[in-house]
Design a protein around this ligand. Structure first.
Ligand code: PRE
Length: 368
């Protein structure tokens, strides 16, 4: 199909359309074949996933496309086998020696820690990609969205004293609507596919606080497309930040961190840093060292927010001032109030059936 920009068709765009059509067809074919392998494995008493194979695939994409390859492979695998489920099938392959592999999010919400880490080698990717990389053993210590942590709480330990959250507005976990929240009743809300915790937070807030019953659909995180089919849209990360700092006329922006604090009086934690229990058991000293490096990096970044903002501004998406404001609203602490926020959220999330009743945070080293 040809695309028109203005009045004329651009041949290059119609070639891209053709290629996308082929990629989509290939993905359908890949999903069919993958489903066959998974079915055979399950029929023979095995589990749905094969960690060693997933690591090979991760590496292949990463060697082609760098950190975007990490994200791409996790998305391709998610299309073919669904999200990594609660089945305990990962059996991550542990590195025997060498430094632990650290992960960070590619979003600005990890900018402070990334800046502080300076030359320490890290893998970066979207929250969904990092969760998969941590669970299959492609990274050893990484941030993970709170919901993914709670879903996999018996495989992971959280690192004390470090989180990504907000005590009030967060600016990057947002619900966009055309009218007041009450008007969503009986309508539809699109949940951006990159979001885990914010999507669940929005469903909890709408059901329990606003008292509106809504139909939800997971969609690619493109606001204009999401709102074409739905009355509201949940978006996270840099895309949400851009739509919040420069709001579209006629749209209302509901900050999920602010709504949560107004409702509960508590901070919201969107992500924690975690390590696999198996890695913590086998290499406790290395995990302690990695934890110290991360805490120091977070401290160094926090003490130099304007420089962090400047470094992030280079990607051209936001100005240094906008980023300084954003980074200043983020709360990287994980103290008593944040823990109370996590526990309160976990209870509500369990009521909505998305995490187990007993899901809780367990810390590496045994304390908070
Ligand atoms: O190769 C397999 O064993 C598959 O099941 C296919 C596939 C894939 O889609 O590539 C899907 C799930 C597994 O965890 C690993 C790979």
């Amino acid at each position: 199909m040809a695309v028109r920009t203005g009045t004329h068709v651009t041949p290059a765009r119609s070639r891209i359309d053709d290629l996308d059509t082929k990629l989509i067809a290939l993905l359908h074919e890949r999903r069919r074949i993958s489903a066959g392998i998974q079915r055979d494995r399950l029929a023979n008493g095995g589990v749905r996933t094969d960690t060693a194979r997933e690591r090979e695939i991760f590496r292949r994409y990463r060697s082609e496309f760098g950190s975007a390859g990490t994200t791409l492979s996790s998305t391709v695998l998610e299309i073919c086998r669904g999200r990594l489920g609660a089945e305990r099938a990962h059996h991550a392959i542990e590195p025997e020696t060498g430094p632990l592999r650290l992960g960070t999010f590619s979003f600005a919400n990890c900018g402070t820690v990334r800046w502080g880490l300076a030359d320490v080698p890290t893998e970066t990717g979207t929250p969904a990609a990092m969760a998969a990389a941590l669970l299959v053993g492609e990274v050893d210590v990484a941030p993970i969205s709170l919901v993914e942590y709670l879903r996999h709480h018996d495989e992971l330990l959280a690192l004390p004293g470090l989180a990504i959250g907000s005590d009030g507005p967060v600016l990057s976990c947002q619900l966009f609507t055309r009218g007041p929240l009450e008007d969503l009743a009986g309508g539809r809300v699109a949940l951006g596919s990159t979001s885990r915790t914010a999507a669940l937070l929005a469903t909890v807030l709408l059901a329990e606080w606003a008292g509106v019953d809504v139909e939800y659909r997971v969609e690619p995180p493109v606001l204009a497309d999401m709102l074409r089919q739905a009355d509201g849209a949940v978006l996270i990360g840099d895309a949400a930040l851009a739509e919040t700092l420069h709001p579209r006329p006629g749209l209302r922006v509901h900050d999920l961190g602010a709504l949560w604090r107004d409702w509960t009086g508590l901070p919201m934690v969107f992500a924690v840093w975690a390590v696999r229990r198996s890695t913590a058991a086998r290499r406790p000293d290395d995990v302690r060292a990695a934890h110290a490096v991360l805490l120091e990096a977070a401290g160094r970044g926090a003490a130099n927010l304007a420089d962090v903002a400047e470094s992030l501004a280079h990607n051209g998406l936001f100005s240094g001032d906008e980023l300084t404001r954003y980074l200043g609203t983020l709360d990287h602490s994980l103290g008593e109030r944040q823990l109370a926020g996590i526990r309160h959220f976990a209870k509500l999330a369990a009521r909505h059936g998305d995490v187990a009743e007993d899901a809780d945070l367990t810390f590496f080293g045994g304390d908070a």
